[in-house]
Design a protein. Structure first.
Length: 315
């Protein structure tokens, strides 16, 4: 995960997972991305035994660090936030070495690499708005001229960073396209603008392909064009609509087959806009609204997978 001393425990989904695992009697170890290393084909980690507390003044205690093979742990949850850069990719390779030795990695490292959070929506065109992925600036301009109002965003960001709207007559159109593509050197995503975002950019959590029955509608702040909590959005809990359940039913089986056990779908209106597989959030907010225990649902699935692995090894 990211440094635990920097998190906001009221909003941090990783912290919710840690609390739940600890309540079930698991021993927790805290590992930073920089703590992973491979030697002679085996992946190791410097890891710290950790206890977590629901206390905003002091929410964790670290024990003395130990260094040992990563596969000596029964399961590892990869919860490092984007950007999804080469260091992230290197970490997935290292995690795969532990997976090869029998460690359960959540989410599956190869699938995290395959399922870019923006681009993976292209696998489900029946769920998505009109979408263009390219670094060709003229193609983006033509796409905007066709649809009149579009959104452009990089493929490796999070929290609403570098997301822009472009409308007809926007005098900054060329500047925006140059900036987001870095003058045509980086591939980006452009999508038809969905005005329904004002009613909420909904986050839907899927646990092993099955949706939690309520979503979190993130309402943009006044004058803000992004529905991200990190960009100041407010939120309300909402029941899933028939269309949202249909999207989950289309996407869910593929996610489960790929070993993507904990995923956050972003839906605006009737359309899927992102599939978040690295470190999806919103557990704490949904738990509070619905008196739920989403981390408990996840731990149930992890325990089921571990039980199955044990049974397979004995057979």
């Amino acid at each position: 995960m990211d440094p635990i001393d920097t998190i906001n425990i009221k909003k941090d989904s990783t912290f919710a997972m840690m609390l739940e695992a600890q309540s079930r009697g698991y021993t927790l170890f805290y590992i930073l991305q920089s703590d992973l290393f491979a030697k002679d084909g085996k992946v190791f980690a410097k890891m710290y035994p950790i206890k977590v507390m629901e206390n905003p003044e002091k929410w964790f205690e670290l024990g003395n660090d130990i260094t040992q093979p990563l596969h000596t742990l029964s399961s590892v949850l990869m919860r490092k936030d984007p950007p999804f850069d080469m260091e992230y990719i290197y970490s997935t390779y290292l995690l795969e070495l532990a997976e090869k030795e029998g460690c359960l990695i959540i989410n599956k490292p190869a699938s995290v690499r395959s399922a870019n959070e923006k681009l993976f929506t292209a696998w489900f065109p029946e769920c998505s708005p009109e979408t263009l992925v390219t670094r060709d600036m003229n193609r983006i301009k033509a796409f905007q001229e066709e649809l009149k109002h579009i959104v452009v965003k990089p493929l490796d960001g999070m929290g609403g960073t570098m997301i822009f709207q472009i409308r007809d007559g926007d005098t900054n159109k060329n500047v925006i396209i140059e900036a987001v593509t870095k003058n045509g050197t980086e591939t980006i995503m452009a999508q038809r603008f969905l005005p329904e975002f004002k009613q909420g950019d909904k986050r839907i959590l899927l646990i092993n392909g099955k949706p939690f029955p309520h979503g979190l509608a993130r309402i943009p702040a006044e004058g803000e064009g992004r529905g991200n909590l990190a960009a100041g959005a407010s939120y309300i809990g909402v029941d899933l609509t028939e269309r949202e359940i249909e999207i989950c039913n289309i996407v869910g089986p593929t996610l489960k087959e790929m070993g993507l056990m904990f995923v956050g779908l972003d839906v605006i209106g009737d359309y899927l806009t992102e599939i978040n597989v690295t470190s999806p959030t919103c557990i704490r907010e949904l738990d509070t609204i619905y008196s739920a225990n989403i981390a408990g649902l996840l731990m149930d699935e992890i325990e089921s997978e571990l039980d199955q692995k044990t049974a397979d090894n004995l057979s």
